[in-house]
Design a binder for this molecule. Sequence first.
Ligand SMILES: [Zn+2]
Length: 237
Amino acid sequence: MARSVFVLTGAGISAESGLGTFRDKDGQGIWARFDPMKLATPEAFTRDPDNALGFYNLRRRNLLNAKPNAAHQALARLEQALAERGGHLTLVTQNIDDLHERAGSRRVIHMHGELLKARCQHCGSVRLWAEDLSPSDVCPDCGRVGGLRPHVVWFGEMPLFMDDIDRALRRADLFVAIGTSGAVYPAAGFVAEARGYRVRTCEINLEAADNADLFDEERLGPASETVPAWVDELLGA
Ligand SMILES: [Zn+2]
């Protein structure tokens, strides 16, 4: 059995919790009304903070009404079971939601930041923030106005924890990508990196990702079914 498992999750794992993915084909939900490419950038925040913050206020409210699903719960179970057996789960997510944590995962690496945190552009402080953000908010740490933004990685900004991620990939013996499109770098490159380290690779997805040919194994279907089944299999093996 794999002892050191590296799991990367993307929007596909949270879709069944009611949080829209960036690449929905039906064009429903908040994505139909907003163009994230024009909102999720530092320039957009500078140019029109009301609009950029409003977009994230909507997403935050959506998130507070969402609940983790069976796929999130299965990964929390996997973390605990591996730890009990002397193994280790590294859980890296591209998602800015907190559904892994709410499902019971103890350690989650949010490479694209966290929607329920705010960061001050003036002093750099990061705080839990479950309320709407507005350009008139005062930073509780430095007292200045207009610097509070969602603690999320925008287009054109560096993802977080890349060194930790590389170290974990290097020592993994199984890499699993769940619900990722395979189109957003650098996360889309992790599978090639894992292969370079001779780590076995597996994709679990609703439909095959853009980089599906790089995986040793592929399991297709809704995450709430495929992920618990995979965890059962892995722990039973
Ligand atoms: Zn501040």
